[in-house]
Design a protein around this ligand. Structure first.
Ligand SMILES: [Zn+2]
Length: 129
């Protein structure tokens, strides 16, 4: 199991993470596009996707017959792996989770994980052109 993303979409996601800084950015990644979702969490070390926007995005994807490939959020200061909270709140076990770390703001790093049964397993992330 791995995660393959169009490199332009991956760039968009990284730009979104930078724009959301110092808060966490979040959103959905479909096969052909990135859908940013507002983070309504007040904390800078947590994210909570706006439920109304999330429902709207899921409906849009379904209508367009597009597949959700990953859920993304950023770690403005944090490590390049899911936090305990991320693991606790991973409601979509079939979906890959993409994390963007801005711990070094000049060199954003990305990694993908599968989170199921209280465990996070890193999977291969491939950017294609
Ligand atoms: Zn996180």
């Amino acid at each position: 199991m791995d995660l393959t993303i169009d490199s332009r979409i991956l760039e968009e996601v990284v730009e979104h993470a930078k724009a959301a800084y110092p808060k966490e950015g979040c959103g959905l990644i479909a096969a052909g596009r990135f859908i940013p979702i507002p983070n309504i969490a007040q904390s800078v070390s947590e994210f909570e996707m706006d439920p109304a926007e999330l429902i709207k995005a899921f409906r849009e994807l379904r209508t367009a017959g597009e597949e959700l490939v990953a859920i993304y959020h950023s770690h403005p200061h944090g490590p390049l792996r899911p936090s305990d909270t991320d693991i606790e709140r991973a409601y979509y076990p079939e979906t890959a989770h993409l994390i963007v770390s801005l711990a070094d703001p000049k060199h954003p790093r990305t990694a993908a994980f599968r989170i199921a049964n209280g465990e996070a397993l890193e999977i291969e992330l491939r950017a294609i052109v």
